[in-house]
Design a protein around this ligand. Structure first.
Ligand SMILES: Nc1ncnc2c1ncn2[C@@H]1O[C@H](COP(=O)(O)OP(=O)(O)O)[C@@H](O)[C@H]1O
Ligand SMILES: O=C(CO)[C@@H](O)[C@H](O)COP(=O)(O)O
Length: 512
């Protein structure tokens, strides 16, 4: 039997899955690694940890599945997007990578938009300068660590560093490259004009591929470390959002996905290049060759729920541990005991700043409307409702662009909860479906590997392998009541923006 190996290099862990040639998942395994936060708003990881975690994960996966390295017909990589890996001429890591959720580059983003011009930047790249994107990180390095900038000879994204270790070959797919702010997204090539104006050497950037192109073959040293066979083809793969969308079959117009991971993403497929004139949505190349997508990104979706669990769910954690169950199941059950609208309580989910629709590293979260009757159940429900209202903001931008959506496919950890899926159906007003492949980005990466090796297009593989297994319809009465809360939610950020900025500045000033 031939298998395809999908690797998803996430923010908290790497996940590896084996998919057979009918699309069935044979086995999966994951290995965690640390996230460094050396200063408030900073987020870094050691690329060496990614590689060690990936090699350990593949070895453990082969051992637990009893699949031999020689049975793997192809490998695909998905990864957290935007992170900056700086390597020197000898391919040593220059400093830890700055991640997608790192917020330190506000000044660099302003400089980029001043230097190139907002409109011109949109015309050249399809996007605006956002703190999470890669080019501002390179400029931050030049401004703050010139000794590291001088040493740098290669700039790449997280999963491309892992592919380099696997194959010895440089490469990046156009889907992930779209989040660097150095890609001419419309024409699927680097933008020499943007690189020149920003002073970033074009020679730092790897060759570009489509996601299902074979970008290299496993080198002997990596084969020895992982238990895979030398020479195994490795496709370019994609950023985790493009891979996650492929993994749930969002490969044609009309279907949108909502990803409830640490970040939260509303994603639509585009057959032709479509740019949001004000760049409020990201306009990126899709992992499907010759196609594009748009998306709105919330920085702390599942991340807000995780924060709530970490700090305020002691009893639920104890109970879950004692019964060997998932603590989030207890929390969603608790939330379900509170009424819709959490009895007049709203939550702002901007705990790490925000991207869509408020590109603002100084945005912060909050509970608004607390009264003496509110209990933990109300606050828990308000957290889930606030995240979902925030994601609806992205959906509104997508709808305003004229796209007709018939169905939402949910993926990521939050998609496990039926209660949350019903809430999405009611707040968005669309049917919400789940599919048989629950491994999201890792599954999409395996589809890309199979597509490259079997020479079959991604859309037809998705059609064969991915089926809808559950469908939740919006409840008209709940939809109507949520509409009133959503209207109030929309007023919160504009009303509180200045206060939130002053609070953030006050904390920074106190920390200095
Ligand atoms: N059973 C559940 N019900 C609701 N939310 C959940 C559940 N399990 C996980 N989550 C949410 O999903 C998040 C993790 O999603 P995942 O896709 O694994 O994240 P990552 O972005 O790190 O890959 C958690 O932080 C939590 O908010
Ligand atoms: O920044 C983005 C997309 O633009 C994030 O989606 C990251 O790519 C990682 O998110 P998680 O998968 O960890 O939620």
């Amino acid at each position: 039997m031939a298998y395809f190996l999908g690797i998803d290099l996430g923010t908290s862990a790497v996940k590896c899955i084996l998919v057979d040639s009918q699309g069935g998942v044979k086995a999966s395994h994951s290995v965690e690694y640390p996230l460094l936060q050396p200063q408030p708003g900073w987020a870094e990881q050691h690329p060496e940890d990614w590689w060690k975690g990936t090699a350990d994960c593949i070895r453990a996966l082969l051992a637990k599945s009893s699949v031999k390295g020689e049975e793997i017909a192809g490998i695909g990589l998905s990864g957290q997007m935007h992170g900056s890996v700086f390597l020197d001429q000898a391919l040593n890591v220059v400093r830890p990578a700055l991640l997608w959720c790192d917020q330190r580059t506000a000044a660099e983003c302003e400089w980029i938009e001043r230097t190139i011009g907002k409109e011109e930047l949109g015309r050249l790249t399809g996007n605006k300068a956002l703190t999470g994107f890669t080019a501002p990180k390179a400029i931050w390095l030049r401004n703050h660590e010139p000794h590291h900038y001088e040493r740098t000879a290669h700039l790449m994204l997280p999963k491309d560093y892992v592919r380099l270790q696997l194959t010895g070959a440089f490469g990046m797919d156009v889907a992930d490259a779209s989040g660097t702010l150095l890609l001419d997204v419309e024409n699927r090539r680097w933008s020499p004009e943007v690189a020149r104006q920003l002073g970033i050497p074009l020679g730092w950037l790897p060759p570009l591929f489509e996601s299902n192109d074979v970008a290299g073959h496993l080198q002997p040293a990596a084969a020895e470390l992982t238990g895979l066979a030398a020479g195994t083809p490795v496709v370019a793969g994609g950023g985790d959002q493009a891979c996650g969308a492929v993994g749930v079959g969002v490969v044609r117009q009309g279907i949108a996905s909502v990803a409830l991971g640490t970040s939260g993403v509303v994603f639509v497929h585009d057959d032709t290049y479509q740019m949001d004139p004000e760049c409020r949505l990201h306009s990126f190349c899709h992992g499907v060759p010759g196609k594009w997508h748009r998306m709105g990104v919330m920085l702390a979706a599942g991340g807000s729920f995780q924060w709530w669990k970490n700090h305020f769910a002691f009893e639920e954690l104890q109970q879950a541990e004692a019964e060997g169950r998932d603590v989030y199941e207890y929390l969603t059950a608790l939330a379900a005991t509170a009424p819709l609208g959490s009895e007049g309580l709203l939550f702002m989910p901007y705990l790490t700043g925000e991207r869509t629709p408020h590109p603002d590293p100084k945005a912060r979260g909050g509970f608004i409307g607390l009264n003496m009757r509110h209990s933990k159940a109300h606050l828990t429900r308000a957290v889930l409702e606030g995240i979902t209202f925030g994601l609806r903001d992205s959906m509104e931008l997508i709808k305003a662009s004229g796209i007709r959506i018939t169905e939402l496919r949910v993926n990521g950890g939050g998609a496990r909860s039926l209660f949350w899926r019903q809430m999405i159906a009611d707040i968005f007003g669309y049917p919400v479906v789940t599919v048989n492949s629950t491994d999201g980005p890792a599954y999409g990466a395996a589809v890309m590997a199979a597509s490259g090796v079997l020479q079959q297009d991604i859309a037809s593989l998705c059609e064969q392998w991915i089926q809808v297994v559950d469908r939740v319809e919006p409840n008209p009465e709940q939809q109507r009541r949520y509409e009133q809360y959503y209207a109030l939610f929309r007023t919160l950020y504009p009303t509180l923006q200045s206060t939130l900025h002053q609070l953030t500045d006050l904390v920074s000033a106190t920390a200095e």
